[in-house]
Write a protein that binds this ligand. Sequence first.
Ligand code: F6R
Length: 234
Amino acid sequence: MQVRVFDNKDEASQAAFEIIKDSMANGAKVLGLATGSSPVALYDKMTASDLDFSNMTSVNLDEYVGLSGDNDQSYRYFMNQHLFNKKPFKESFVPNGLATDADNEPAHYDKVIEEHPIDVQLLGIGRNGHIGFNEPGSPLDGGTHKVALTQSTIDANARFFANENDVPRFAYSMGIGSIMKSKKIILLAFGENKADAIKATVEGPVTDHVPASVLQNHKDAIILVDKAAASKLS
Ligand code: F6R
């Protein structure tokens, strides 16, 4: 695992952009993508660039169960807004929040990942060390699965919905085992509120209590952080 510390988010996002650009120049065809605040500056750089993604495939980490891609809280909507509408990919996979055969959606998504092996997987990290929706305690070798959101996540999301009952209770998430099969992994973390998670990820034991710590076992994982997120590293 390689850790690179930058003065600010913009410089770290530029480094992530360069890694993606170099990977594409070296034949990468499949990008694994994340939502959330961490990759937004990177997506801005991608959309402002002259890189062409029209021969690329993207595979996203997660999606809320029950939300359509038109819902402005869905991760499909987020990806359309931040990246795909401006830089279309050949195909862009996101778990289907409205899958009619919900029991089969995880296996279906695992097949998508198997058929499109991920060259570069982008990750953010939760304050508790989660990656995707793989919360502490998730199996470190699992595939795509349906996750019950914790009450704190439901509460945190409630402000985005007209009423609390509309907040999704479940999500589909790529599993840690699938994430670990990616050839290269880039994790972005910014701000002081990520400092504990970054310390545990980089310097702590590999444990399912801190899902991101498993990246220590990956042969090409790169952690790009700003000074604040790196502030607790020894
Ligand atoms: C998003 C995802 C999450 C986020 C993480 C950090 O697709 O899988 O694991 O990466 O919660 O979120 P931000 O970047 O908003 O701090």
